[in-house]
Design a binder for this molecule. Structure first.
Ligand code: ZN
Ligand code: FE
Length: 256
């Protein structure tokens, strides 16, 4: 089976919606359609019809297009069991460890609470693709709205343990503002400096910075490095436990 063909669709002000397509099985899944119109347009352009919708969490900028897309295609809506009361029209609810099957492509469900209490990420190993909504961003992570700092850190550690080649398809283009913050607390990191330059070029050419690759995030994303003694020392928190360091990074970013 060949990997999914994945298309990046900018939506709303800074969201990304993803279409993953498998030609052999004529399967097309959209991930987190915050609005329907750009998705309808992309599907029409390619001559594809939608078979599945996958939601990572209940926020409007991730599910706002569901209703219209279901009305047109009768697509199967898959989402987190623990947000069943907050995402209307779900056909299939999933929990941690479930393997979903989309046209023969197996997606491993990882519960990644923190941003919302029922947030999930889905890992398609054969396509090297991680859909992680508002949990992990390029050089950043989601705001902790509903879960605890410990939950969010645990969620990020879970994602961090996936294949280093994992391509990270996240919910927003927040990369440059994340970069500014990352540099403010980790200014001597030359890998980070180089990535930021690349990202600035991409954005000045109107290109998405997504997908980001996990191996690059491991060395440059401060939120994945809360247990790295070097970063803790840089932050004046040598010896502190990872959850305290993570909480401090998140707190500083919230006020940045
Ligand atoms: Zn969200
Ligand atoms: Fe969002």
């Amino acid at each position: 089976m060949s990997p999914f063909e994945i298309i990046v669709i900018p939506a709303l002000s800074d969201n990304y919606v993803y279409i993953a397509r498998d030609t052999e099985s004529d399967t097309t899944v959209v991930v987190d359609p915050g609005e329907a119109d750009p998705v309808l347009k992309a599907l029409d352009n390619h001559g594809w019809s939608l078979t599945h919708i996958l939601n990572t969490h209940h926020h409007g900028d991730h599910i706002g297009g569901n209703e219209k897309l279901i009305a047109k295609y009768n697509a199967t809506l898959i989402g987190p069991a623990s947000e069943n009361d907050r995402i209307p029209q779900m056909d299939q609810t999933v929990v941690d460890g479930d393997l979903i099957d989309i046209g023969g492509h197996k997606g491993l469900v990882l519960e990644t609470p923190g941003h919302t209490r029922g947030h999930i990420s889905v890992w398609f190993a054969e396509s090297d693709a991680l859909f992680c909504g508002d949990t992990l961003f390029a050089l950043g992570c989601g705001r902790v709205f509903e879960g605890t700092m410990e939950e969010m850190w645990t969620s990020l550690v879970k994602l961090r343990s996936l294949s280093p080649t994992a391509r990270i398809y996240c919910g927003h283009e927040y990369t440059l503002s994340n970069a500014k913050f990352a540099l403010s607390i980790d200014s001597e990191n030359s890998k980070l400096q180089n990535r930021v330059k690349d990202f600035e070029t991409m954005r000045s050419e109107g290109m998405p910075t997504i997908p980001s690759v996990l191996v690059d995030e491991l060395e440059t994303n401060p939120f994945l490095r809360a247990d790295d003694p070097i970063l803790a020392t840089t932050m004046g928190m040598a010896g502190a436990d990872p959850i305290s360091v993570f909480s401090e990074i998140r707190r500083q970013k919230d006020n940045f």
